[in-house]
Design a binder for this molecule. Structure first.
Ligand code: ATP
Ligand code: MG
Length: 788
């Protein structure tokens, strides 16, 4: 039946269409991967506009990444077939929060041209504050404080609202005070950090009801993608905006239930805040969040609200449409609360909940594998997903001897796809940890295979890698001023800007490299004794390292340098969330040097890699972490590193409870569901993690895949099965028997053949009931299959 109505509605299924055209009141689309949630959102915007229900600037649409926002704009333009006059407010929480904040900066003690600090700036500033408070930053690292503050901001807590117990945890009870003085310093510097873009926006709304009202009036429609990954601050911000505008002049309590008028926290005169404890608004604890929600959802019943609600006949909560999937919640570690999506109906009374069940993205085998995997999680709503697509190719699992072979195998398979006419833009390699990227980048450079890294710097562009390289470059070439300057005071050696400036002057006057200037200056008394001593030591160290170079291998030299310079130690002492990842990257760097004959050769390779400017090619394979792949799709998806300890990560294996592991499984599910036509999984039997080689066990997630949809293939990377890994049933067998299956590669072949024979077409359509895992077979099963 030809669909009536506007063109953009054609092809939508009835549920999708329902979600698009239900414009009034709250709507939640709770549905699995690839069911068209994002497409529904985009179409909904088109519908709102073409129906004349709102002008572009009256629509607020929140996406998870800027890339997604750009994509949505593009699609929208295509759908409407004409340039839309003006654009909806389309972006991430932070970009939109920042945009609003700039308009009203004065109200939160900033100027509209305020700077947004990055993490490094933030840490530098916190260090100064620690010093001023005489807090030992070895015991209480600034990065740890940065992490705490970030966590508080994610939970929507201003300094006055941090629970006393938590605030006392840092710096001998000074955590809360430091947070407050940090916020004050930011104002003096006319700066905001990332978290402020939202938190200060919330404060702006809370303290200025008229401003809030202005935005409540403006945004007639609110749309949110990936709602399962919103944190408390984002939730609060949305709630404020999603309420119907109150009467002008209505008391603040009409907008924020339980709030009294602004008052001033004792001891702070610069920023009036709403104390969070009157009646309902109590942000002091997890329980407090709930009480806020409860009071929020009881909003329509609030005395302050009834009058305005009565004035406006419509529901007090306006047209908000959130879409998400509880099975794709992967940011719990960053404060996201999957609870937000599970409580939507409670928070937005009268909400219409729409479920979509048809997956339009993946072929049968891929969808069945992903659905079967995620069914192993306990904490989930559970949902049906079906596809009308062909079964397509089975999900492949390939074992390699080590990570290098894995990279080689993937490189070859990509080249093969390319020869078969596939577009590289439809190829993605999704890794669990960023250190895994290095091997692929090197491989792709060697092959001349265009690639881009999405959602983060390329391996050799990471700060810690650049620092380490700067040491090596300075050793290799004493005239490399840029390199020397980069690390002269990293880690801190008391050689600040003034010293560097002085060295520059000296170098310029004498026309010598910075390093030689340093050598000369330490012989004079131009520097204060402390700086001079420190610089002399550094020069001596470099001389020593250069002498070492003659007698030790370049990898050993790198280890010595990172160790003796205090650089590794700097990160070891650092307790921020990303420190461990940086240490892994450093180890990966040293490991990558093994592939070169000497330091010179290695550095030449680096300059080649760095020279390729990323993203310039029209057609390139995408390399990214699983986390940044959310919402994206590709014809061909490569998923390397499915091993216990890497994926799921060791951290979640060490943890008590299942929460971390279940989040890892959701991440695996996100990875698989990115694929349209081919999903290829890999594991290596040997991998170097945290600098040491270990024999690994295939990921339990491989065990959890349904046999009927999986095919075990041979590595194209080199040794293949014969000399390669054993693919043992990790979940059911102990390591020893895993080892023995290692010595009987015939097993896997037999197993692979058996799986091939199993066809299992019926199971592909979302059928993930009882299919047997190819890897859950017992040992007797194994020998049985060998005989066929
Ligand atoms: P994810 O949970 O991974 O973010 P999603 O639910 O947002 O997935 P979309 O990205 O919107 O899913 O859609 C997945 C793919 O299916 C897209 O290529 C989209 O264009 C296509 N698609 C969605 N709905 C339809 C439809 N009714 N007809 C044809 N294709 C569709
Ligand atoms: Mg989506």
């Amino acid at each position: 039946r030809a669909a009536a109505g506007p063109q953009y509605l054609n092809g939508l299924n009835p549920e999708q269409r329902d979600a698009v055209v239900t414009l009034d009141g709250p709507v939640l689309v709770l549905a699995g991967a690839g069911t068209g949630k994002t497409r529904v959102l985009t179409t909904r915007i088109a519908h709102i506009l073409s129906q004349g229900r709102a002008r572009p600037h009256e629509i607020l649409s929140v996406t998870f990444t800027n890339k997604a926002a750009r994509e949505m704009k593009l699609r929208l333009g295509q759908m409407l077939g004409q340039a839309v006059e003006g654009m909806p407010w389309l972006g991430t929480f932070h970009s939109i929060g920042g945009r609003i904040l700039r308009i009203h900066a004065e109200l939160v003690q900033l100027k509209s041209n305020f700077t947004v600090l990055d993490v490094d700036d933030q840490v530098r500033l916190l260090k100064q504050l620690l010093q001023a408070e005489n807090i030992d930053d070895k015991r209480w690292p600034a990065r740890m404080l940065a992490g705490l503050i970030d966590g508080w901001k994610n939970r929507g807590l201003t300094p006055g609202q941090v629970p006393a117990g938590e605030a006392a945890m840092f710096g001998n009870g000074k955590g809360g005070k430091l947070y407050a003085s940090y916020q004050e310093r930011l104002k003096i510097l006319n700066a905001a950090d990332f978290g402020d873009l939202l938190l200060e926006n919330i404060r702006l709304f809370r303290e200025n009801p008229d401003v809030l009202r202005q935005y409540q009036n403006r945004f007639k429609f609110i749309l949110v993608d990936e709602y399962q990954d919103t944190n408390v601050a984002q939730y609060l911000w949305l709630r404020l905006l999603s309420q119907a505008p109150s009467r002008p002049g209505a008391p603040l309590s009409a907008i924020i239930p339980g709030a009294t008028e602004p008052s001033v926290i004792p001891g702070r005169t610069d920023s009036p805040v709403i104390p969070g404890h009157a009646e309902g608004v109590n942000l002091e604890s997890r329980a407090g969040e709930d009480s806020l929600r409860d009071s929020g959802s009881a909003l329509s019943a609030h005395p302050g609200m009834t009058a305005s609600a009565a004035a406006a006949p419509a529901a007090p909560l306006k047209n908000i449409c959130c879409v998400g999937d509880d099975d794709q919640s992967i940011y719990g570690w960053r404060g996201a609360e999957v609870d937000n999506i599970l409580r939507f109906e409670h928070d937005f009374p009268g909400a219409k909940v729409i479920r979509l069940e048809r997956n339009y993205r993946s072929t049968g085998h891929i969808l069945a594998a992903a659905s079967h995997l995620i069914a192993h999680n306990e904490g989930r709503l559970g949902k049906t997903l079906r596809t009308e697509d062909v079964d397509g190719e089975k999900v492949t699992v390939t074992g390699s001897w080590d990570s290098e072979e894995e990279a080689r195998a993937i490189g070859e398979e990509i080249e093969e796809l390319q020869r078969a006419g596939e577009n590289l833009n439809e190829v993605a390699i999704l890794v669990r940890a960023s250190f895994q990227m290095r091997e692929f980048e090197d491989r792709f450079v060697t092959l001349g295979l265009p690639y881009r890294v999405i959602g983060g710097p390329r391996f050799y562009e990471r700060a810690e890698i650049r620092d380490a390289l700067a040491y090596l470059r300075t050793i290799n070439s004493p005239a490399d001023d840029l390199a020397f300057e980069r690390i002269i005071n990293v880690p801190k050696r008391g050689l600040g800007d003034a010293t560097v400036q002085m060295l520059h002057d000296h170098a310029r006057k004498r026309r010598i490299p910075l390093f030689e200037a340093a050598r000369a200056v330490v012989e004079t008394d131009e520097l204060k004794p402390k700086a001079r001593g420190s610089l002399r030591e550094l020069v001596a160290q470099f001389d020593r390292w250069r002498a070492h170079r003659e007698v030790t291998s370049h990898t050993e030299l790198a280890e010595i340098v990172l160790d003796e310079s205090g650089y590794t130690e700097m990160w070891q002492k650092d307790r921020s969330a990303d420190a461990a990842g940086r240490l892994d990257n450093l180890k990966e760097l040293v490991r990558s040097m093994e592939e070169f004959e000497n330091l010179q050769g290695f550095l030449e390779h680096i300059s080649l890699v760095m020279d390729r400017d990323g993203g310039a090619e029209d057609e390139a394979a995408s390399l990214m972490t699983l986390h940044s792949a959310k919402g994206l799709e590709f014809d061909n998806v490569f998923l390397p590193g499915w091993e216990e300890g890497l994926f799921p990560s060791q951290r979640t294996l060490d943890e008590q409870g299942r929460a971390g592991l279940e989040e890892e499984r959701r991440l695996a599910h996100v990875g698989l569901t990115r694929a349209r036509r081919r999903a290829k999984l890999y594991f290596a039997t040997n991998r170097r993690i945290h600098g040491t080689w270990s024999t690994t066990i295939p990921s339990r997630f491989l065990d959890e895949l349904p046999a009927a949809n999986v095919e075990i293939t041979e590595s194209k990377g080199g040794s293949g099965w014969g000399g390669s890994s054993g693919y043992g049933p990790s979940r059911f067998d102990n390591v020893e028997s895993f080892g023995s299956s290692y010595s009987t590669p015939g097993w896997q072949r037999a197993q692979a053949n058996r799986n091939r024979g199993q066809g299992g077409r019926g199971q592909a359509r979302g059928g993930f009931e009882e299919s047997q895992s190819p890897f859950s077979g017992s040992r007797s099963d194994t020998s049985g299959s060998r005989s066929d």
